[in-house]
Structure formats: C-alpha cells, structure tokens
Ligand binder design. Structure first.
Ligand SMILES: C[S@@+](CC[C@H](N)C(=O)[O-])C[C@H]1O[C@@H](n2cnc3c(N)ncnc32)[C@H](O)[C@@H]1O
Length: 299
C-alpha cells in the first residue's frame, strides 16, 4: 500500500477498538512479553543510560534496518551504541500520517523496523495508536517493555516507591494542561490519600502550579518532593525539597522539561517498618505456602 492509499489513522483506531471489544487478540495467549514476534516491535529504550535497555531491546536494535525513535528522551549514546547500521528517524514533529507509511513501507519492503520509545512505551507513549494504524494496514506489531523513568528515579533516590507502612500505592500521573483538564488532574487526590507515592510525568514545567494547588488544598507543606532531571543520564540532577520549597529550587536550576517529580514520604525512604516477608512469614513452614505466594508477591 502506498502513502496515497493510506487509511485515515482515526478510522484505523476506531476500527481496531471495535475489534478489540468484540474478540480478544489470539496473540495475547500465544506470546509472552519478551518473545520475539512477527512484526514491528515497539521497544522501550529505558530512561537514558544504554545499560538500562533490555536484552530483547538491544538484540532488536542491533538487527534493525530502520529505527524510528522518540527524539530527545532517547539517549543518542544508545543509538550510537546499538543501532550501528540502521537508518535513524526522529519521530518528533511527525504526525501519524507521516509515521505510519514510513514504517509500513519499510516493513513491507522487508526491512527490520523498530519503533523506539523512551522509558516504557506503555506509559505516556502514544504507542497504541501507531500500532492500531499499522495493524489496520496489515502490519503486525508488538510491545517490548522498558524501564520507565519513575523506576530510574527511585533507583537514583535509593528508595522504593512502595514502602511498608509508608506507601502502599504508586500513581503514575501527569498534571493538567493541554491534554488534561483541571477536573482530570488527580494529583491532589493522590497526595491526599497519604500512602501513595505520586510520580508525575510531563510535569517539569508545571512544578510551581502543582505545588500551589497542593498548598491551596491544605496539604502538608513539609511533604517530601524530589525532582530528578534526566534520571540515569550523564547530566542527571537530583533536587530534593518539600511541597513548600521545591518550585523555587527547580526554577533556580532552570529545568522546564525531562524530569520526574516524585511526591510522598517514600522519597526519603525514612520511617518504614520491616516487612512481613523477611519476618514472621519467613519461618511459617510449608503449610502456609499458598499464603506465601499470594502475599509475598507484595514485597
Ligand atoms: C512522553 S513522557 C514518556 C515517558 C516514558 N514512556 C517513560 O516510561 O519514562 C516524557 C516524560 O517522561 C519523564 N521522563 C522520561 N525520561 C526521563 C528521565 N530519564 N528522567 C526523568 N524523567 C524522564 C519526564 O517527565 C518527561 O516529561
């Protein structure tokens, strides 16, 4: 199919959605994450450091003829290191009408095509709409997960996002803006819950607005906040503060993009209790094995 005969991507999204409602995709039961599959893989590049790419991702990149990558959040070091002979195309500034024929035509020509997203493609990656548009045109696709930036941030902070007696839940969220209305912004709700670690993507430019809203809603100004710029990159920077003072610190540093904002007591890693897993449960014997399976997975 040439560019001229390309389907409207919105029609493709609607029709794939309709199909999904009617029947499950057989491939769900035929393949596991990490399997090599037929089609164009949508690969998570990880947060930046090339060492944080998965083995599956590395192998696919090494075999690729065309890599369509997500611009500035995919580290050029990773492209240099693993995409030796591939043609590289930056997807920034290209719409679906341009991207889909580009990937489809290369795939139909017989090239190994990889679509490389930053972090994990399933988090704020807009991957599914590209996959649906490709599938609609007969090009199979699949996900290869990556390390999302919130996980790089927690590793940098040397803490856990869930921590016994401190944080039982994690919210991956983004602030209100062009994509999200004020009613859809749930950051203050997550912080209100108290035992949630709130990881804000796409919110570096909005740190002051976000903190102002938390203060207006009477949240504790001393709640810990960390802003990790370019987690795992050579120029990574970590700013630690509170709801009250983090905006001044981020503005002073001059960051407007490419940072993860983490709110909650887990940021400091202080105040947690030892877990049951390596306490009482460790010695409870084989009779409670099934309990172990269901509960131990929590830690
Ligand atoms: C379009 S989203 C893509 C997220 C990506 N799919 C992931 O899983 O990390 C881009 C946002 O992710 C966050 N981000 C991506 N890479 C980052 C990194 N290395 N350090 C900190 N934040 C990062 C920033 O908040 C940025 O605004």
């Amino acid at each position: 199919m040439t560019e001229d005969t390309q389907n409207d991507p919105q029609d493709a999204i609607d029709s794939q959605g309709e199909r999904r409602r009617e029947e499950l995709d057989d491939r769900i039961f035929e393949h596991s994450a990490g399997d090599e599959q037929e089609g164009i893989p949508f690969v998570g590049a990880g947060p930046g450091n090339p060492r944080l790419l998965t083995v599956a991702g590395k192998e696919l990149l090494e075999d690729a003829d065309l890599v369509v990558h997500a611009g500035s959040l995919v580290n050029s070091e990773l492209l240099d290191e693993y995409c030796g002979h591939a043609e590289l195309v930056n997807s920034v500034g290209k719409d679906l009408e341009e991207l889909i024929p580009l990937m489809r035509d290369a795939y139909e020509y017989g090239d190994n095509v990889v679509r490389l997203h930053s972090g994990d493609p399933a988090i704020y990656g807009a991957a599914l709409e590209q996959m649906d548009a490709l599938e609609h045109e007969g090009v199979p696709t699949y996900f290869v997960p990556g390390v999302t930036s919130a996980f790089a941030a927690s590793a940098t902070l040397r803490t856990q996002l869930t921590l016994n007696e401190v944080s039982n839940h994690v919210a991956f969220t983004r602030p209100q803006g062009k994509t999200l209305s004020p009613e859809e912004d749930h950051i203050t709700d997550f912080v209100e819950m108290g035992d949630v670690t709130t990881c804000i993507y796409l919110g570096t430019h909005a740190v002051r607005d976000t903190m102002d809203r938390l203060l207006e809603d009477d949240h504790d100004p001393e709640t810990p906040v960390a802003v990790i710029y370019h987690a795992s990159w050579p120029d990574e920077d970590v700013i630690i503060g509170t709801v009250d003072d983090i905006a001044d610190k981020v503005e002073e540093a001059g960051y407007r993009a490419s940072a993860m904002v983490v709110i909650g007591d887990a940021v400091t890693g202080a105040g947690y209790e030892r877990s049951f897993l390596y306490g009482d449960w460790a010695n409870r014997g084989s009779s409670s094995e099934s309990a172990s399976e269901s509960e131990a997975s929590d830690d």
